[in-house]
Design a protein around this ligand. Sequence first.
Ligand code: MG
Length: 263
Amino acid sequence: MSLRIQFLPRLLLLLVVVFCPVIMAQRPGYTDTPFLPGGKWRVHDSARPYPRIVQGTPLFTAPPKDATVLFDGKNLDSFASGNGKAKWVVRNGYVEVNGTGDIGTRQSFGSCQLHLEWATPAKVKGKSQGRGNSGVFLMGRYELQVLDSYKNPAYSDGQAASLYGQQPPLVNASMPPGEWQSYDIFFTAPKFSLGKLQAPARITVLHNGILVQNNVAFIGATKHRAVATYAEHGAAPFRLQDHGNPVRYRNIWIRPTDTKKTR
Ligand code: MG
C-alpha cells in the first residue's frame, strides 16, 4: 500500500510527460510553420494559448449621419465581385455568402471606422477553421478573421477577431452560432515612402462591445502558414471573404478618417 502511494506522484508525472504532447498534437494548428517576429510563437501555433472567454453584448449601432452606408439590407450595389456584380444572396435584411467568391467595396478606403454585423450558420457544420469562416480584409489585404469561435477549438491566431496568422484577440467574446455579432473596427492605413514601409497598418477592434485588439500593428498583408509581409499600396476596397461557409452580414457602414487619401 505504502509502496503504491510512494510511486503515485511519479506515475502521474510519467502520464503527463507521455500524454501531454499527444494532447497538444491534437489541438488544431501547426508545429512546422515559421516563427512570428519575436520568436515565441509560430504562425497558427497549435500550442499558443486560447483567449479566455468573456460574454459580449453586440452593438447594433445605426450609421452616424456622416457615415457611408455600404449595406443597409436592401442590395449589394456598393460591392463588386471581381469586375462584375456581387452575387451573394440578399434576403430579409442581410446578405449571405454563397460560394460565388469574395466581394469587395466599389469605393477605395484607407484609414477608417468600420461597423458591421455578422452571424455564423445556426446549424453547426464543420469544425475549427471550417466552421463559419469568413473575414474582413481591410484595404483588401489585412484580415480581421470572422469565424464561429463559440466552443470551437481553433488555433489562437485564427479565431474570431484575430488578425489572421498574426495576433489572437485579447478575449473570446463570441456569441453562439446563428446569433448576430458586431465588429467595430478602427483602422489606420500603413504608410509607405519610395517603396519602403514607414508605419505599419494598425487596428483596434470591439467584438460585441468588448476591446479585443488594442492598436495592434499588422506584421504585413495576411498569409496562410507564412509570415505576413508588406508591399506598397494606396487606398483600396475592403473585401469580405467567401470561405465556403454561409456566413451572414448586415448593417455595414464606414467613416473614412483619412479623407485626403481616400476620396
Ligand atoms: Mg477567414
